[in-house]
Design a protein around this ligand. Structure first.
Ligand SMILES: Nc1nc2c(ncn2[C@@H]2O[C@H](COP(=O)(O)OP(=O)(O)OP(=O)(O)O)[C@@H](O)[C@H]2O)c(=O)[nH]1
Ligand SMILES: [Mg+2]
Length: 437
C-alpha cells in the first residue's frame, strides 16, 4: 500500500492569509483526526474545528474531505485550510508528519493521479503548464488540454496505426484467413502516407505555437550608443539597463519579458558590436554574437543620424539566414523611412505594431497543438518511424519487414499518453512539478 503523503499546496514561501495543506492516502482521515477537534465530514464537505498538539491549540481551521475513489489522486484526500503564516503552516505540517504522513515529493499527487488512472500524462503535463503559465494565452492553452481533446487526437492516431499492425500480423500468422484484408505493399503505402499527413499537420501547428509557450527570443543588437539599452527600458517601461552617453556601456546581456498581443516576448539587450581592442568590451561583443545565433527575432537598431556606418554593414553580414528587422532610433533628432522610433522618448509604437503583425496568425484554437516539449519530441520520433516504413515500402520491402518501424511509431505515441513501463521516465517527469500538486 502507498504511504500517505502531505504537502503545503498553497506554496510555503510568503505569509499569505490562508494556506492549504493537502494529505492523500489511505490513512489520510485517520492521521488528520488525531490532530483535529472537528468531525470527519461526509464526502466533499467541509467541517470546522481546531488543530491541536496534545492540549495546545494551534489554529482554527476548515477541513475538506474527499472520499476515494472519486478524487484527484484516486485516494482519500483531506485539505486543511489554515491561517497562512509560515510558522503556523509549517507547524501543522510537522504535526501531520509526526502522526504518520510522509512529505510528498514534487509532483507526487499528480503522479498518483496518473498511476490510479485518474489522468493521463497529457493532462498531468497540462496542469503543470497551467501552474507555470506566464501569459493568459499559455494558461488558456493548458486548460484546453483538460478536456481530453489532445488525448483523443493521439489515441485516434494510435489506433489507426494499431489496426495496420494487427492486420499485417494476421496476414503473417494466418495467411489462409480470407476475411481479413491482405495488406500488400501497394495497399499499405497510401495508408501510411495518410497517417504521415496527420503527423505533419500536428507538427506544423505545434511548432508555431511553441512561441506561445516558450516566448519569442528577441535580441536587440547594434553599434555602441545607438540606444539599445534605452529601447529595452522603453519596452519594459522600467530602468532595467544602464544608459549613458558613453559608447560601450552595456557589457553583459540584460533581459526582460513582456506580453505583446498573444505572445510573450523575451527581450535581450546586448553589448554594442564594433571592432575594438578593449578586452572587456570584446568579451561582451562575443556574447552579443552568440545571442544572434539563439534569437527567434533580431532587432537591428541603427542610429538615424548615421545610417550607413561600416559597423552596421558588419552587423548586417552576421544576420544572414536570421529573421530580423531594421529599426531606426533617435527619430526625435532625424526622421527616417521604415520603422522609426525614439527610445529616449518612449515613442516605440511603430516597432511594437510590426512585431504584433508578425505573430498575429498563431491560432490558439487549433486542437492539433502539442505545446509540451516531451510530447512533441515523441510525435516527431513517431513520425520518423512512419517515414522509415514508407521509405522501406518504396524500396520494395514487404509489410512484414517494415512492421518494426510501424510498431516503433505506435510505441512512441503510447508514451505520450503514458502507457509506459518505464518508472525512471515517470520519476524524471513528475520531479519537475511543484510541491503539493
Ligand atoms: N536623442 C535621442 N537620444 C537617445 C535615444 N535613445 C538613446 N539615446 C541616447 O543615446 C545614448 C546611448 O544610449 P544607450 O541606450 O546607452 O545606447 P546603447 O546602444 O545601449 O549603448 P551601448 O550599451 O554602449 O552599446 C544615451 O545618451 C541615450 O540617452 C533617442 O531616441 N533619442
Ligand atoms: Mg547599452
Amino acid at each position: 500500500m502507498m504511504d500517505t503523503i502531505v504537502a503545503i499546496s498553497s506554496g510555503g514561501i510568503t505569509n499569505v492569509p490562508i494556506s492549504i495543506i493537502r494529505i492523500s492516502g489511505s490513512k489520510a482521515f485517520e492521521i488528520v483526526k488525531k490532530i483535529f477537534t472537528g468531525k470527519i465530514g461526509t464526502n466533499k464537505t467541509i467541517t470546522y474545528g481546531y488543530i491541536k498538539d496534545e492540549k495546545i491549540k494551534i489554529d482554527e481551521v476548515l477541513v475538506s474531505w474527499f472520499f476515494a475513489p472519486n478524487t484527484f489522486t484516486g485516494e482519500n484526500i483531506v485539505e486543511i485550510n489554515a491561517h497562512g503564516g509560515i510558522v503556523n503552516t509549517q507547524r501543522i505540517l510537522g504535526l501531520l508528519l509526526s502522526n504518520g504522513a510522509r512529505l510528498a515529493q514534487k509532483g507526487e499527487f499528480s503522479k498518483r493521479a496518473f498511476l490510479n488512472n485518474k489522468i493521463d500524462l497529457i493532462k498531468a503535463e497540462a496542469i503543470h503548464d497551467l501552474i507555470f503559465a506566464k501569459t493568459q494565452e499559455q494558461a488558456e492553452l493548458s486548460v484546453k488540454k483538460f478536456d481530453g481533446q489532445t488525448s483523443n487526437l493521439i489515441n485516434n492516431l494510435q489506433s489507426k496505426i494499431l489496426k495496420l499492425i494487427a492486420t499485417i500480423e494476421i496476414n503473417i500468422d494466418y495467411p489462409e484467413y480470407d476475411d481479413v484484408e491482405i495488406l500488400t505493399q501497394k495497399k499499405l503505402l497510401p495508408k501510411l502516407k495518410e497517417i504521415l499527413k496527420e503527423f505533419d499537420e500536428i507538427i506544423y501547428s505545434s511548432r508555431s505555437s511553441r512561441y506561445i509557450f516558450n516566448g519569442i527570443n528577441v535580441v536587440i543588437i547594434g553599434k555602441p550608443n545607438v540606444g539599445k539599452s534605452s529601447l529595452l527600458n522603453a519596452i519594459l517601461n522600467e530602468e532595467k539597463a544602464i544608459v549613458t552617453k558613453i559608447p560601450g556601456t552595456t557589457r553583459d546581456v540584460v533581459e526582460g519579458s513582456i506580453q505583446i498581443g498573444q505572445v510573450l516576448l523575451n527581450f535581450k539587450d546586448t553589448a554594442g558590436i564594433h571592432s575594438t581592442k578593449n578586452l572587456i568590451e570584446n568579451i561582451g561583443i562575443k556574447k552579443s554574437i552568440k545571442q544572434i545565433e539563439e534569437a527567434d527575432l533580431i532587432i537591428h537598431l541603427i542610429d538615424a543620424q548615421n545610417k550607413n556606418d561600416k559597423d552596421d554593414i558588419l552587423i548586417k553580414n552576421k544576420l544572414k539566414n536570421k529573421k530580423y528587422i531594421k529599426v531606426f532610433n533617435k527619430n526625435d533628432l532625424v526622421k527616417s523611412k521604415g520603422i522609426s522610433i525614439s527610445a529616449k522618448n518612449k515613442d516605440i509604437k511603430s516597432l511594437i505594431d510590426s512585431i504584433k503583425k508578425m505573430y498575429k496568425d498563431i491560432d490558439l484554437n487549433n486542437n492539433k497543438i502539442i505545446n509540451n516539449t516531451r510530447q512533441l519530441s515523441l510525435i516527431i520520433s513517431s513520425q520518423k518511424s512512419i517515414k522509415e516504413a514508407i521509405k522501406g515500402l518504396e524500396n520494395n520491402f514487404q509489410p512484414d519487414t517494415v512492421i518494426i518501424d510501424i510498431q516503433k511509431a505506435w510505441e512512441d505515441l503510447g508514451n505520450i499518453i503514458g502507457r509506459v513501463d518505464n518508472t525512471n521516465l515517470l520519476d524524471e517527469m513528475f520531479k519537475n512539478f511543484c510541491l503539493g500538486k
